[in-house]
Design a protein around this ligand. Structure first.
Ligand code: ADP
Ligand code: ASP
Ligand code: MG
Length: 400
């Protein structure tokens, strides 16, 4: 039996919390399972490092950012290994490089290309507990890389996949996946299980409880993923294949993404190639464009709107400077995206109407809409974001 456990920032936020983590790891080892632990930096640490860099430079080189940010996870991995050793458990801490995590060269947003499993396996065979610093890897030319915010989830899933672990447990500060962020709707309900696809939508639509790419990879590698709390022993949420879930709810959850900004281009010439030019530029810069809306053209001109992550707005602004249509650019940071997610939508109609009715009843104006087979997303003014989440949660009776 092999268990991979990942502990997030709040779970290792203080020395006392690290002691609690060590106890849980020890208990798992005692139960007869081999254990690989993946740790985040202590909560707030990554943000603090970013702030320090920004006090010297608005646009620090990404290579140096990676070297800087990867340090947080090294601290916790070493501390936990020191403690476990002291408790009498033979343990070894590893950085991303030492764990054989090979990534591409896109600094601060690197993708894992493969994992050389021999490094971890060798230690497991000797009976050691292996503690890996999450969120980081090494490029083919030996540069330190990081995997994007929340990336320790991805480290854990990738390691679980590479080692064919029996289970990958993600320990955090909530009991599992809820129908919506329990900080916004305290009466939100914990889900016993959720499909990879729904979780993928919830994560990519703003539920930061799991990093989107980690869910993507878990689905691809069929990793048995469980989210649970490091603060209690409650049963968590299993993220699994849709076929494994007996009762498919119409709507599983509501997500809110506050890291959104809307870009509008007015009076763009309505001719072939304009959209291609704009979105090629943005893609080249690595901007994540989301909702795209183009109106029907009038008199040879049209309006084009799309959303980007708020923290990529500067990059968007810069990369659009040379585009002919850029004179008519407008930016709006005061928006949020609220989404309703559920596999049941595939086979039922009327789900979207309920969402629109609900927001209308609250007098909330919907600025943009997009849908897929299993989700409806709406961009609204930020001041109504949490109200919309609560109203939608009630409308779909998710607390029942
Ligand atoms: P960690 O530091 O352990 O990685 P995160 O802060 O990244 O933890 O993620 C946990 C947080 O995700 C919770 O505290 C909760 O506020 C938030 N969250 C958002 N949506 C949900 C949801 N649907 N279910 C559970 N938690 C959610
Ligand atoms: N420490 C990193 C972050 O805050 C990675 C993680 O916690 O998963 O984004
Ligand atoms: Mg996280």
């Amino acid at each position: 039996m092999l268990t991979v456990q990942k502990y997030g920032g709040t779970s290792v936020g203080t020395l006392e919390r690290i002691r609690e983590v060590a106890k849980r790891v020890a208990k798992t080892k005692e139960s007869g399972s081999d254990v690989v632990v993946v740790v985040s930096a202590m909560s707030g640490e990554t943000n603090k490092l970013i702030q320090m860099a920004n006090s010297f430079s608005e646009n620090p080189k990404r290579r140096e950012m990676d070297l800087l940010l990867s340090s947080g996870e090294r601290v916790t991995s070493a501390l936990l290994a020191i403690l476990l050793t002291e408790m009498g458990y033979e343990t070894i801490a590893m950085s991303g490089r030492q764990a054989g995590i090979i990534t591409d060269g896109v600094h601060t947003k690197a993708r894992i290309e493969h994992i050389d499993r021999t490094h971890i396996e060798k230690e497991l065979k000797k009976g050691l507990i292996v503690v890996v610093a999450g969120f980081q890897g090494i490029t083919e030319i030996g540069e330190v890389s990081t995997l994007g915010r929340g990336g320790s989830d991805l480290s854990a899933v990738a390691i679980a996949g590479a080692l064919e672990a029996d289970i990958c447990e993600i320990y955090t500060d909530v009991d599992g996946i809820y129908t919506t962020d329990p900080r916004i709707v305290p009466k939100a309900k914990k889900l016993k299980q959720i499909s990879y696809d729904e979780m993928l939508e919830l994560a990519s639509l703003g539920a930061k409880v799991l990093q989107t790419r980690s869910v993507e990879l878990a689905k691809k590698l069929n990793v048995n993923l469980v989210t649970r709390s490091s603060f209690n022993d409650n049963e968590g949420t299993l993220i699994t294949k849709e076929e494994g879930i007996m009762e498919k709810p119409l709507v599983s959850g509501i997500a809110i993404d506050k890291n959104q900004a809307r870009v509008t281009l007015r009076g763009v010439s309505d001719k072939p190639g304009i959209a291609a030019e704009i979105f090629r530029k943005l893609a080249d810069e690595g901007v994540n464009v989301d909702m795209i809306i183009q109106n029907v053209g009038v008199d040879g001109a049209t309006n084009l709107g799309f959303t980007v992550p708020q923290d990529e707005l500067e990059l968007t602004r810069k990369s659009m400077e040379e585009i002919e249509a850029s004179q008519s650019l407008e930016f709006d940071k005061h928006v949020v995206k609220v989404s309703v997610v559920g596999v049941g939508m595939k086979s039922h109609s009327g789900v979207a109407c309920t969402a629109f009715d609900t927001l209308a009843d609250e007098n909330i104006n919907i600025e943009m809409i997009s849908t897929s087979e299993i989700k409806i997303s709406m961009v609204i003014h930020e001041k109504y974001g949490e109200l919309a989440v609560r109203a939608l949660h009630d409308a779909y009776k998710l607390d029942k």
